[in-house]
Design a protein around this ligand. Structure first.
Ligand code: GDP
Length: 533
């Protein structure tokens, strides 16, 4: 028992989000470097070519292992056991980001100091706000020309709607970058332009100096000295107070400045971050909150990833452990399937290696072989436990295509491929009421998902498809459960369509908001919802 408590207490599980190219991979790599998980930075294989999310994804698909490597990683630092969850940078995959955030206890947002809040940060961040978790900001690339830190903070506050608290403050930027001032400790961490640690492959030393230290001018220059004193005075007088409660609920974001590439500011950030975030917290279930420290194992599936090994069309289900301890070979109860099962080949990722694990604790993420039985949101518990975690709501798709197979002889593969890809949560599929899979309507949150669907059906299932855009933009799930409720009797505009999802739930798709209002006004008994629960 004692070791369960100790193990869980030292766990920290967070997701990392950013617009592509802001430096997420580099920062992750440096975390691992400090954790000793890799000897030389530069060995975490990230996706290259981040500008093209699709080709990027395809590239990943070709090399299977890599996408997993970059999706969940565990490392040890300073007595902590840290799980990092990577998220796709492209906004078209924001639903995937949302599911990943469900498994995290906090989030780190990486921002490029020259670019500030970018379009995709905006959308991903909104997703972050849906979860009531702490959000930490790392403003990266201070070794390059950067925008004014005041501007950057203003932009974060105005565009993302979260208050900011700079934990440290940069002194210059680019060639003039001298370091950061730590507001809590009232110390300066001076940046050393390092020859021998170029590219930040090793840990950089930190020089500490006081703001009133006479030798400060020599260290950072007279001009910077005065500017810094003014900045600090202004910040202490004008900014938000540091309020831990606001941080815990994602209303105030602690902000750090640094440069992941040269390693500057990474370790102080990691230390503060670990200190400010908590070990796994209780999670809501249908039987009330589940304490992470209770010894019985429980977990939920938040991500299903297609075949790592193309030869066997297998899948890996990633689950977040929410309570207790997991042991290899353990039998668990799969609540949604109503069956006891053995979780085979439980894996965890340590830096770039996949390892079969013997045990894991609340806070950890494990991947298990999925023979096609799991769906996103499923709960697993120790036999004898009877509860279910809240599930993960489905985002309302905003784009719809009619999809048909080109070669009708390949019907079986088509149905299988479509169903499996939908189970992974990569797309949502709908049918006519009472209809079959002859004609399928696919709904997605971002249009890149259509490209991924086409690519995967061809490559993994050998099926060519035809896609035709449909003029719908809004979807609503019908929540009426009355026995005599008949969707055919609804009074709707002619461009509104009645459909059903894979679970047989009824929905309506609309071409515009006006048609939604029409439906509501002409059918007072109708109950519509924006989320598929
Ligand atoms: P990601 O797409 O967010 O994962 O970004 P990467 O970590 O792949 O970084 C994108 C590019 O920015 C790479 O060429 C990095 O070497 C570079 N980069 C990352 N961090 C820094 C930094 O602190 N300073 C500078 N100058 N370049 C950086």
């Amino acid at each position: 028992m004692a070791d369960i408590k100790q193990e869980i207490t030292r766990r920290r599980t967070f997701a990392i989000i950013s617009h592509p190219d802001a430096g997420k991979t580099t920062l992750t790599e440096k975390f691992l470097l400090y954790g000793g998980a890799i000897a030389l930075a530069g060995s975490v294989k990230g996706k290259k070519n981040a500008r093209h999310a699709v080709s990027d994804w395809m590239e990943i698909e070709k090399q299977r292992g890599i996408s997993v490597t970059s999706s969940v990683m565990q490392f040890q630092y300073d007595g902590y056991c840290i799980n990092i969850l990577d998220t796709p940078g492209h906004q078209d995959f924001s639903e995937d980001t949302y599911r990943t955030l469900m498994a995290a206890d906090s989030a780190v947002m990486v921002i490029d100091a020259a670019k500030g809040v970018e379009p995709q940060t905006r959308k991903l961040f909104k997703v972050c706000l849906l979860r009531d978790i702490p959000i930490f900001t790392f403003i990266n690339k201070m070794d390059r020309e950067a925008r004014s830190p005041y501007d950057l903070l203003d932009e974060i506050e105005n565009e993302l709607g979260i208050q900011t608290y700079p934990v440290n403050w940069p002194i210059g930027c680019g060639k003039e970058f001298k370091g950061v001032y730590d507001r809590g400790r009232k110390e300066i961490l001076a940046f050393q332009a390092v020859g021998d640690t170029a590219n930040g492959q090793q840990e950089v030393p930190i020089i500490e100096a006081d703001l009133n230290d006479g030798s400060l001018a020599a260290l950072i220059g007279e001009g910077h000295c005065q500017a810094l004193r003014d900045d600090v005075e202004l910040l202490d007088g004008a900014g938000y107070e540091f309020d831990m409660d606001a941080v815990r609920h994602g209303r105030l974001s602690p902000v750090f400045f640094g440069s992941a590439l040269t390693n500057f500011g990474v370790e102080p950030f990691l230390k503060e971050f670990l200190n400010m975030t908590s070990s796994p917290l209780p999670r809501a279930s249908d039987k009330g909150e589940i304490d992470p420290f209770r010894p019985e194992f429980s977990a939920f599936v938040f991500k299903i990833q297609a075949n790592m090994n193309k030869a066997h069309r297998d899948r890996v289900a990633f689950m977040r452990i929410c309570s207790g301890k997991f042991e290899k070979g353990m039998e668990v109860y799969h609540v949604q399937g109503g069956k006891k099962i053995k979780l085979s080949q439980p894996q965890q990722l340590m830096a770039q290696e996949r390892e079969i694990i013997d045990e894991a604790y609340a806070g950890d993420i494990i991947g298990v072989f999925d023979p096609g039985i799991f769906s996103i949101g499923d709960t697993l518990v120790a036999p004898g436990c009877k509860f279910e975690y809240g599930g993960i709501p489905t985002f309302a798709p905003e784009h719809f295509n009619r999809v048909t197979q080109v070669d009708t002889m390949k019907r079986k593969q088509f149905v299988k491929g479509m169903t499996q890809i939908a189970q992974e949560g990569a797309i949502q599929i709908f049918q006519e009421l009472g209809g079959g899979m002859e004609e399928v309507i696919v709904g997605v949150v971002g249009t890149l998902q259509f490209d991924v669907l086409e690519y995967r059906l061809k490559n993994e299932y050998g099926v060519d498809i035809r896609m035709e855009g449909l003029p719908y933009e809004y979807i609503r799930w019908i929540e009426n459960t009355e026995e005599d409720f008949d969707p055919k009797r609804l009074n709707l505009t002619s461009d509104t369509r009645r459909i059903q999802d894979l679970k047989g739930r009824l929905l309506l798709i609309f071409a515009n908001e006006w048609s939604i209002r029409w439906a509501e006004e002409h059918n007072p008994e109708l109950k519509l919802s924006e989320f598929g629960r």
